[in-house]
Design a protein around this ligand. Structure first.
Ligand SMILES: *[C@@H]1O[C@H](CO)[C@@H](O)[C@H](O)[C@H]1NC(C)=O
Ligand SMILES: *[C@@H]1O[C@H](CO)[C@@H](O)[C@H](O)[C@H]1NC(C)=O
Ligand SMILES: *[C@@H]1O[C@H](CO)[C@@H](O)[C@H](O)[C@H]1NC(C)=O
Ligand SMILES: *[C@@H]1O[C@H](CO)[C@@H](O)[C@H](O)[C@H]1NC(C)=O
Ligand SMILES: *[C@@H]1O[C@H](CO)[C@@H](O)[C@H](O)[C@H]1NC(C)=O
Length: 451
């Protein structure tokens, strides 16, 4: 037994010439330029009031708001959607049109949720009809004809993406079998293409589950869209379980793509993060995950009723009806306004708790780090410093900012990061490593140094 173990260890050592990462260290590789920042994580699910300009414009502009996803969910009667009649549909459509106009005002792309406009927004009762019930598509076809006419009449086809259904793998939104869903997908895909060509992008499956290789629901979807030749322009799914990570999910997508010869397309995680992750540390973690795989991301929304259509998906609060930013908002503001220049590659700690997003600007290199809602001590390793024009060894002055939350975590006002001062680090071998002390589950940190 001893002999076997020793041989195995030897084999492992010789097979990995690169130094093995330990569980607690995240890395930045400053010589790995990964392109221009587009703040890919600055999208939101709902979060926009139905009254135009209710939230002052600087709140959208300062975070580089670039993606909106809505379909009139949870608008009260008379706005319950198509399955309750034409008037209920028309009032729900008004909410959609208003949200679309807000998105266009800031050049944000709009993802239309046709399941919500139909009325299957999660609050529908158990006798709610679904497209194609008992093989009858009449109501669904009439609904799409009405929708197409309204999209055209209101000039809504610019920067429009249509999600062909939301979370069809969850009974909350699709309380029928997968076969009926796939028929709905194929039918609806071709109706949109026939009407709008490729001017309107199609997206899906916007599943609750990740495309992991053991997810047979995803396998059946991938097989169908390949044989039906109804491949969407964006692969979309949700990351809202509090577990999972994007390198694994992306590997799963590649597995299904290769199995059914599907092409690469833009990835859009059009709902990301659970409510407890919607704090500076969690947001920094998600930003790092999304940027690494070049995926767009839209913050999930855990508010309901009229609050669903407000607060930019938990980035704002109000005092006497006057809006203020919360702590999480400040992360997105820094991410958009300060993390300019070019991005560089990073790796999370192997326990996947600490992750980092880094950019190099004309004045400073900047690293945003976040722990996925946990406490402890992790380490950050900054590699290839000479690629920034710094010496192979010497001392490096690093400026730290903390991004805290208010005592009212999701609604309390925070007006900016906290300046935690400068620390001098001596380093050698072109690399510096220092600890990240995570003494609460919410604070994100930024480390900056002059280049
Ligand atoms: C860092 O990135 C550079 C350039 O892409 C690459 O050559 C090098 O192998 C990377 N270093 C590590 C440790 O991955
Ligand atoms: C259930 O919802 C449908 C619309 O989907 C509606 O026509 C029906 O009246 C509702 N039933 C009850 C008991 O509310
Ligand atoms: C795709 O699926 C839909 C729904 O079943 C069907 O109507 C359509 O004919 C299919 N198209 C192709 C090219 O297979
Ligand atoms: C971020 O950039 C803005 C605009 O240039 C600047 O006013 C602000 O001080 C910067 N914030 C930090 C924390 O460096
Ligand atoms: C550079 O970083 C990207 C994104 O993190 C990563 O996919 C790629 O493998 C890295 N390249 C090298 C050579 O390390």
């Amino acid at each position: 037994m001893r002999w076997t173990l020793a041989t195995a260890l030897l084999g492992l050592a010789s097979a990995s010439p690169v130094r093995k990462r330990d569980t607690v260290t995240a890395q930045v590789n400053f010589s790995n330029n990964t392109g221009t920042p587009e703040h890919l994580a600055s999208g939101i699910l709902y979060g926009v009031p139905d009254t135009l300009n209710q939230i002052p414009s600087h709140f959208y502009e300062n975070i580089g708001y670039n993606y909106e996803r809505a379909g009139g969910a949870q608008v009260a009667s008379p706005g319950l959607g198509w399955i309750w009649g034409l008037t209920e549909y028309k009032n729900r459509f008004k909410s959609v049109l208003s949200n679309y106009e807000t998105a266009r005002e800031y050049d944000a792309t709009f993802i239309l949720l046709i399941h919500d406009l139909w009325g299957a927004d999660g609050t529908q009762n158990s006798s709610a009809p679904y497209p194609g019930d008992d093989g009858d598509w009449t109501s669904w076809d009439e609904y799409l004809a009405q929708l197409f006419s309204d999209l055209k009449a209101n000039d809504m086809t610019t920067a429009l993406v249509v999600d062909l259904w939301n979370e069809p793998d969850s009974t909350t939104f699709w309380n029928r079998d997968q076969t009926q869903y796939l028929q709905c997908w194929g039918r609806t895909y071709y109706k949109f293409r026939d009407e709008f060509g490729t001017a309107v992008e199609l997206s899906g499956p916007a599943s609750a589950g990740e495309p992991l290789s053991d997810n047979t629901w995803w396998g059946a979807w991938a097989s169908f869209v390949a044989s039906n030749d109804s491949i969407p322009d964006q692969y979309a799914w949700h990351m809202e379980s509090g577990t999972g990570d994007l390198l694994s999910a992306q590997a799963g997508l590649i597995y299904w793509r290769e199995k059914y010869s599907l092409p690469a397309k833009l990835i859009n995680i059009n709902e990301y993060a659970i409510y407890t992750e919607q704090v500076p540390a969690g947001s920094a973690w998600w930003i790092s995950q999304l940027e690494r795989i070049d995926a767009h991301g839209l913050r999930g929304n855990w508010l309901s009723g009229t609050d669903l259509h407000n607060y930019l998906a938990s980035l704002l609060g109000t005092t006497d009806s006057v809006y203020h930013p919360n702590g999480d908002y400040q992360v997105y503001k820094y991410y958009h306004q300060n993390m300019t220049g070019y991005r560089v590659g990073t790796l999370p700690s192997t326990d996947l708790k600490l992750d980092a997003y880094a950019t190099v600007g004309s004045d400073y290199a900047r690293v945003l780090v976040g722990v996925r809602v946990d406490e402890g001590t992790w380490e950050l390793e900054l590699n290839d410093l000479p690629s920034l024009g710094l010496a192979e060894s010497g001392s490096l002055d690093i400026h730290t900012y903390g991004f805290p939350v208010a005592s009212d975590v999701h609604y309390g006002e925070v007006d900016g990061p906290t300046d935690l001062g400068w620390v001098e680090h001596t380093y050698s071998g072109g690399s510096v490593t220092f600890p990240v002390y995570q003494t609460d589950e919410t604070t994100a940190y930024v480390f900056e140094f002059a280049v």
